[in-house]
Design a protein around this ligand. Structure first.
Ligand code: 4AD
Length: 456
């Protein structure tokens, strides 16, 4: 169907000319002789107002039902209220009718109400803004890495190793139900891959092999976590950005993370003014100022040991009191970033027992060169580290955790053949989106959120 994007019509590209548009009806207002219908075709956050003289188009009321799809031809003119462009309609055709039981009748529905209909909620303003921002953010991330010489690699989604070692892998199997196997090993051996397989929790281990050949790489794809935590920050399937950098230590990794964040923020501020204004109005007042400030960089860096001292000295009655040796809880992360630093903060050098086997062991023998980025309102959005580049130390870390050395033969080879200091991080796309929009629940920045007990 030949038609123009509403975005271009609103931008004035056709003002004074005849133009054809298509879209879905978002609002309809009837006055004595005139009908005003706002339509949206998904190319912009703003709607286009169709101005219809009822005498000239007596059937126009058929197109005034919320949710129906229409096509209109008319003259694009400066809007009567002095704001933007509207269309004086000469022809109006109903494409797809929409009955009155269409659920999105009200101007604003609660996010909880909309969550029950992921296939329809995208037609509301909030989700229009969220997914425009998500698209621009994804492009900005690719742009940053491409402009800085990182190779984009696609790591496998089906894997035999649990990168984070946290036992949160979904199994991948083609086995039908059977009582015919006496042991797990026999069951796995007869399965599709001849061993147990799962959905990847992270592309890091494969990303490291690419970094040891290409120097600077990144992956950007889905990761899967079978964690049964029904929180506003966890999904079973999320999008994961994972750069890996050769000839780099923890400081280089932190610098890369901060540079990526500030560059991406600047791009999004420039590309999404309407969307950010929408979020400022409806989700987080002060958002624009926050993003402007954070895009200037200057993130804090705090040693884990120092963080525990600050938490202990805070006098706060945390649900889980902070103690050296335990991982930071969300309540701790939020205190550190929201009340102590009041800006994004990297917490570094965690106890080795709470982190993964692959992290570089520090000289103190107790901590590893990890660096997590915490931000106000969300908590952790980036988890990263320098990797252990020493063959012997890596083997010890595997053994200490009771992990099977032979499962990591290829990974260990990277430390045998031309090892080099290297590191990287993982950014959760949805968590960054929450931070950029002020949307508080991760399910509301995801097209079809997957979580325990939820697969619609
Ligand atoms: O801290 P994580 O587990 O780190 C890794 O997976 C490393 N292998 C990354 C690397 O160094 N290449 O996860 C990284 C980020 C978290 O900071 C968080 O933003 C996001 O992934 N994340 C989740 N996002 C949504 N739902 C979940 N269940 C998530 N688990 C982690």
């Amino acid at each position: 169907m030949e038609h123009c994007d509403i975005k271009n019509v609103l931008a004035g590209a056709f003002t004074g000319k005849a133009v054809t548009v298509c879209g879905w009806v978002r609002t309809a207002r009837d006055s004595k002789n005139m009908l005003f219908i706002e339509i949206n075709d998904g190319t912009s956050l703003k709607h286009l107002q169709l101005v219809i003289d009822k005498d000239g188009l007596p059937d126009a009321a058929l197109c005034a039902k919320l949710g129906c799809s229409v096509t209109a031809r008319g003259d694009a003119v400066a809007a009567r209220d002095g704001q933007g462009v509207e269309l004086n309609v000469r022809e109006l055709t109903l494409i797809g009718d929409c009955p009155p039981e269409y659920p999105l009748q009200k101007k604003r529905h609660t996010l909880e109400f909309l969550r029950a209909m992921p296939h329809l909620r995208l037609r509301s303003n909030t989700f229009n803004a969220v997914f425009r921002l998500r698209s621009a953010l994804s492009a900005a991330i690719h742009g940053f890495f491409q402009e800085n010489g990182f190779l984009y690699v696609h790591t496998p989604l089906i894997t035999g190793s649990d990168c984070e070692g946290a036992g949160e892998m979904f199994r991948v199997t083609t086995h039908p139900f059977s009582h015919g196997f006496e042991t797990q090993a026999a069951y796995d051996a007869a399965d599709f891959f001849g061993q147990s397989a799962g959905l990847s929790v992270s592309g890091q281990l494969e990303g490291e092999t690419a970094a040891m050949a290409f120097g600077k790489i990144y992956t950007f794809g889905p990761s899967f976590r079978a964690e049964n935590s029904n929180t506003p920050r966890h999904l079973a399937e999320y999008w994961h950005v994972e750069p890996e950098l050769a000839f780099a230590d923890l400081n280089d990794v932190l610098r890369l993370a901060e540079n990526m964040m500030t560059a991406v923020l600047k791009t999004v501020i420039a590309k999404c003014p309407d969307e950010l204004a929408f979020f400022e109005k409806h989700f987080e007042s002060g958002l624009a100022q926050k993003l402007e400030r954070v895009s200037g960089g200057g993130f804090a860096v705090l040693d884990y040991t120092e963080a525990v001292k600050i938490l202990t000295a805070s006098g706060r009655a945390f649900r889980y009191p902070a103690a050296w040796g335990s991982d930071l809880q969300t309540e701790h992360e939020r205190y550190i970033t929201e009340e102590y630093a009041k800006k994004p903060v990297f917490v570094i050098n965690y106890p080795k027992a709470v982190k993964s086997f692959y992290m570089k062991q520090n000289a103190d023998g107790r901590t590893v060169a990890a660096g997590d980025l915490l931000v106000p309102g969300v908590g952790e959005i980036i988890g990263g580290s320098e990797r252990e580049a020493d063959y012997g130390k890596l083997v010890s870390a595997l053994k200490e955790r009771g992990m099977n050395e032979s499962d990591y033969a290829g990974y260990l080879d990277l430390r045998r053949y031309g090892t080099a200091p290297h590191g990287g991080f993982g950014l959760g796309l949805e968590r960054l989106l929450m931070y950029l929009s002020g949307v508080a629940n991760i399910r509301d920045v995801t097209l079809f959120p997957r979580a325990a007990g939820q697969l619609i």
